[in-house]
Ligand binder design. Structure first.
Ligand SMILES: [Fe+2]
Length: 176
């Protein structure tokens, strides 16, 4: 018997795990993450990435970080050097300003902030369009955002990019 046929036969013999068994496995993985998952996210393990929205450093992400006890949070910093991208998504987002000063334009309204401030994006029927600006030419502003995905999913949030960040546009033009 050819090896490929034997492999197919073995696959046919393997019992299909029921959704009940998968649920038990899920619970075991959850418990294991609570015991053994990373509880300190080291800055050196979370590199900054130039994204369409800006210069982001991701600490927690349901899409990208799978070995921590908390799997339903997105936590990331945004270093705003000049102008971020502009996008629309649902609010319920908490932003703490770690350093510097700047402002956000939220649905056309300018909101000024500086080091130590807490900025909230409100929940509105169509989400909120927003863009961030650094207002100190001497240094970038730095903030950290906390998004709970339970809330985000239940309010059917969708991210729509309406403008890319200044640094991303520059980087893109150099690679063309
Ligand atoms: Fe945003």
């Amino acid at each position: 018997m050819a090896e490929s046929e034997r492999t197919r036969e073995r696959e046919r013999e393997r019992p299909v795990r029921s959704s009940y068994e998968l649920a038990i496995e899920h619970d075991k993985e959850f418990a294991q993450r609570q015991l053994m998952g990373r509880v300190v996210l080291r800055i050196e393990d979370c590199p900054q990435q130039q994204t369409r929205q800006g210069l982001l450093r991701t600490y927690l992400s349901p899409f990208a970080v799978h070995d921590t006890p908390l799997q339903h949070w997105s936590v990331f910093t945004h270093e705003v050097r000049s102008t971020s991208g502009k996008h629309r998504h649902q609010g319920g987002v908490i932003i703490y300003v770690i350093d510097g000063k700047g402002y956000s334009v939220v649905d056309g309204e300018r909101i000024d902030w500086e080091k130590g401030d807490l900025v909230l994006l409100p929940l509105r029927p169509n989400g909120v369009e927003h863009q961030h600006f650094n207002s100190d030419p001497a240094k970038p502003a730095l903030w950290i955002a906390f998004i709970h995905f339970g809330i985000r999913d239940y309010v059917a949030s969708e991210m729509t990019q309406t403008e890319v960040s200044a640094e991303y546009a520059l980087q893109e033009s150099r690679t063309r």
